[in-house]
Design a protein around this ligand. Structure first.
Ligand code: FPP
Length: 233
């Protein structure tokens, strides 16, 4: 695969952990555990390939409606993953970014996120942007309210991007949602204006490097026109 054709930013809608587990007679929590292992593998592989930004939809503003024990288990996994990055020497060269409303997060997890963002902010070569308590509409409204509070009467597209959780990041060129569902589910609504989509049937815990390669290969063969007649932006 030609490296210069690879997307700089790939976003994942992780889907199918629960179904993966239930199909095998395990509790849903086991699917989330396996899903976390898959995520770690895919993030490290993306870094090795030279992809610059990975975004992950890990927990939506709507996921609070899930049973309390499932929510608690997911936050246990998020905390372990955050702690794992913090424990690594020089944080594996990863810059951690949070996407979503920090106000709604459990206090101890929020503190961990703030520490992680602060300590990894200079690792600009590889950014892992994690959506937790994230919703695209919520992000847009928070951005609008920030603009109103700033007293601005008008903003350009570029300025508006600066008020989003993804400020400073390029838009995702490729969005992958596992499990065969072809929905966006309130993910990166503003940033996806020109994203390409890929919907593999496999449930997230079974997604692997080979399938990622296939998605990237497929992406490199697409003809992107950005509303024009050529590939120029
Ligand atoms: C979707 O599967 C998965 C989630 C809502 C949680 C994703 C979170 C992780 C894998 C934890 C790891 C994340 C980090 C940042 C360490 P689902 O439960 O919707 O599956 P289903 O559609 O089959 O029910």
């Amino acid at each position: 695969m030609e490296n210069d054709k690879l997307p700089k930013h790939v976003a994942f809608i992780i889907d199918g952990n629960g179904r993966w587990a239930q199909k095998r007679g395990f509790p849903r929590s086991y699917g989330h555990k396996k899903g976390t292992q898959t995520l770690k593998k895919i993030v490290l592989y993306a870094k090795k390939l030279g992809i610059k930004v990975i975004s992950i939809f890990a927990f939506s503003t709507e996921n609070w409606k899930r049973p309390k024990d499932e929510v608690e288990y997911l936050f246990k996994l998020f905390k372990e993953a955050a702690q794992d990055i913090l424990n690594k020497n020089k944080f594996d060269g990863i810059c951690y970014r949070h996407m979503g409303d920090k106000n709604g997060l459990p206090k101890d997890f929020c503190e961990l996120v703030v520490e992680l963002e602060e300590k990894t902010k200079n690792n600009s070569d590889f950014i892992v942007n994690v959506g937790i308590n994230y919703g695209g509409r919520d992000e847009l409204l928070r951005a609008v309210n920030k603009i109103l509070r700033s007293g601005k009467q008008q903003v350009s597209q570029e300025e508006f991007s600066g008020f989003l959780d993804t400020h400073g990041l390029c838009d995702p060129e490729l969005i992958i949602r596992t499990s065969g569902e072809q929905r966006i589910s309130n993910f990166m609504l503003y940033q996806m204006a020109y994203s390409e989509f890929y919907f593999p049937k496999v449930h997230w815990p079974d997604f692997n490097e080979k399938q990622f390669d296939k998605a990237l290969e497929n992406f490199t063969q697409r003809h992107r026109k950005f509303g024009g007649l050529t590939e120029d932006k």
